[in-house]
Design a protein around this ligand. Sequence first.
Ligand SMILES: [Zn+2]
Length: 297
Amino acid sequence: MICQFQRTIKRPTVIEGIGLHTGKKVKLKLYPAKKNEGINFIRKNILIPAKIDFAHSFDYSTSLMREGVAIRTVEHLMAALYFTGIDNIFIEIDEEELPILDGSSKEFVEAIKKSGIQALNEEKFYAILENPVYINQGDKFIEGKPSKITKFSYQADYNNSIIGKKIFTYIPHEKKSYEGLFSARTYCFLEEVEYLKSLGLAKGGSLKNAVVFHKDNVLNEEGLRFEDEPVRHKVLDLVGDLYLLGYPLIGEVFSFKGGHRLNAEFVKALLNTNSISIKPASQVFDFIKNSTLVKAV
Ligand SMILES: [Zn+2]
């Protein structure tokens, strides 16, 4: 979301649920923060900034860690904070893993909106992608290109008639475009469930918080929310993981079969190759206004 001023929430709010992987009950308390304080988790009195430097593990979710204290599965909340333009917030958590809720960012977005969004008296900062960045892992890759129109795309490649080679592109500049994205749920294949459980994962997983495929069928009674819901969810994950950059990214990102690990590698590559510059909103607006691409839309 492109906005001029930094944002926080108006009032504290509580979100409760169970962790997808731990299956444990968890309570999140969201508190307003001041300008330039950033997005920070608090657990066991340890402050863990939501930044790539604290990213720790990427197996089936993105986790942060500081001084031995972990916070797991942060990506759907991070995406919700991106969608609602929140830059500054404290998130206190009484367990290791964030609640999975319905498997999407929907309830996080609703809770943030219900608590109210407060503009702060300080310009928002953006990370402008200045040079192309490409990373790969086998045939999976993520490519970033400078662009005045931000686009986040994902292409799947499954031997499955529902997902197949579907592509979804999210364009944050378009008003309300996230509405077709934030309610896309996480998914897995029934064939994977036993394997995940053998790793001690997906203990809280059920048809209430994930789409489960069995070969070419959806096992959830209600079916899919969108015919391309799985790729939409992959874009949601990408948006959430990219927000660990610490700033909203302006540029085009295309992921082919990427996951949390590759997303994190991409964020590190953006920082390590000096491919981004951090600019205040006033300069970003000029940058967008002067774009012939914007005029053409
Ligand atoms: Zn996800």
